[in-house]
Design a protein around this ligand. Sequence first.
Ligand code: NDP
Length: 291
Amino acid sequence: NRSPVTVIGLGAMGRALAGAFLDNGHPTTVWNRTAGKGGELAGRGATVAATVTEAITASPLTVVCVLDHRAVREVLDPVAGSLVGRTLVNLTNGTPCQARETARWAAAHGADYVDGGIMAVPPMIGRPESLVLYSGSPEAFTAHEPAFGALGTALYLGADAGRASLYDIALLSAMYGMFGGFFHAVAMVGTEKVPAAEFTPLVVSWLNAMIAGLPAMAKAVDSGDHSTADSNLEMQATAYVNLLDASRDQGVSTELVEPMRELLDRGVTAGRGGGDISALIDLLRTEPTPN
Ligand code: NDP
């Protein structure tokens, strides 16, 4: 006896979410702005709602997963009244500020609100390795935890609706940093016709070796003790110039690697040259932009 669930937004991700609910036996109602995207899901037992209101009122739980924050509000603003007494879970990618704003909006309309961040691509949804971060109403999270389990591993991060987004964005920034490094590395060897597929196993084992050092860096950040006997920041700032020179020599754009040089130089200027590179994290903090 699984509880009914509604999914709003049938892009690649929304379709995967609805499919996972269906696979777990949840009566599932779907809606999408552009009609015609629910056909396959209907074949698997989903109800395709004709209107957003019809979709929301079909279930105690509505999951919205559309392109961005603006799309969420475009879909939900006109039908806010139908959310009263129900739970809205927003799995659309957004910022912590947007999540908190939507939480206030939902509260003003009598809805319980949980925001979320999907740390997975659509084919992973429903498997344990698909991590979905949640934060917001603790009562709503607990009440619907079994349904969230259909999507993968659910991690609840507390009552602040913005926290899941903060973690999501932080994890994505780590991912894009890694992609940037990988792209630059492959472009470098590519200038001498080394196939990416031949070089990539070395990148993977090198990155794995470096990843092993992250927990020690985290400890240094938390304790403020950035002392090191191994690879000090000034040495790395000096060697980093070779990375930029070699890129130019080989004919590879330095746009992905230039920012790290600026930060390394700033670290040396700030007198952190004798310490570990982890000291750079302290230099990244700026005043938040008021909004
Ligand atoms: P798609 O581009 O496949 O789908 C976008 C969806 O948003 C469509 O259903 C589209 O409707 C809808 N949409 C866009 N603008 C509006 C609007 N103004 N009003 C109503 N509906 C609108 O994106 P995904 O499904 O891949 O992504 C959805 C969310 O999931 C995004 O926030 C994304 O960042 C997040 N996400 C995606 C991942 C992925 O790998 N795909 C991974 C993790 C998170 P229509 O069909 O009418 O255009």
